[in-house]
Design a protein around this ligand. Structure first.
Ligand SMILES: [Zn+2]
Ligand SMILES: [Zn+2]
Ligand SMILES: [Zn+2]
Length: 241
């Protein structure tokens, strides 16, 4: 599978005028250099800034020029790495996570704005949850493999990988709803034409690396490859092989 080029995007900082004001001034700045800017879409980020995706080269260059001119625009071409924080108090609200991480762990030197909480995982009940956050590459370097203080717990931080496996064809990199395959591949024996729940085979085989294990096995070489491919498109603040 060929790795897709990263989607080019720009982050526009929102000032005191708010999102509407920032969108208006972005558009008028774009029109100065370009008769018809082409934008795929804009997304308001959790921290209030706007993510803008240009469609064509002309619009990309216009945004790049604004960045060079010192406007509140910067390119965000790489995906942000993600971290998983274990055993975070359930009572800690999403918007306080970045602030607490920065304040309670001053020795790490992380800015609260470099942490974007994405979603919760882990136990459905109990006092603690796991948090998946996107972080800036330099913050990633500072926290992965460490323990951080958050509220009244000391939480382990690990890299979070979002490589998905399709339950229809068993391949990595797309979800079942986007699967191009016309028939099922069994997740247990890797034969085409039936699902694992209807499997009559006694033997297991991984559809991806062909090892004698179900396709979900943890130490799959194909999964590792897919993870590394995704990592290559992510800026971890270091060169990843
Ligand atoms: Zn598939
Ligand atoms: Zn089967
Ligand atoms: Zn495998």
């Amino acid at each position: 599978m060929k790795a897709k080029a990263p989607v080019k995007a720009f982050v526009v900082k929102v000032g005191e005028g708010g999102v509407e004001e920032a969108r208006k001034s972005l558009w008028s700045d774009l029109l100065k250099g370009l008769p018809a800017p082409k934008i795929a879409n804009t997304v308001t980020l959790p921290r209030g800034d706007i993510l803008v995706k240009p469609v064509d080269e002309g619009t990309f260059r216009a945004l790049k020029r604004m960045e060079d001119e010192g406007k509140a625009v910067r390119e965000e071409s790489a995906r942000r790495p993600m971290i998983l924080m274990y055993d975070v108090g359930r009572d800690i609200e999403k918007d306080r996570l970045g602030k607490l991480l920065a304040e309670q762990n001053p020795d790490l030197g992380i800015g609260e704005e470099t942490v974007v909480p994405l979603f919760m995982k882990g136990p459905k009940t109990g006092d603690s949850v796991w948090w998946v956050c996107a972080v800036a590459p330099d913050a990633y370097q500072k926290v992965v493999g460490k323990r951080v203080y958050l509220g009244m717990s000391c939480c382990r931080v690990e890299e979070f990988s979002d490589v998905v496996r399709c339950f229809k064809c068993q391949r990595f990199g797309h979800r079942t709803t986007k699967c191009p395959a016309s028939s099922d591949t069994c997740g247990k024996c890797a034969e085409v034409g039936h699902q694992a729940k209807d499997c009559k085979s006694n033997a297991s085989r991984c559809a991806n690396c062909r090892k004698a294990a179900p396709s979900a096995h943890a130490e799959c070489a194909a999964k590792l490859r897919a993870t590394l491919n995704a990592a290559r498109r992510t800026d971890f603040g270091r060169t990843s092989k």
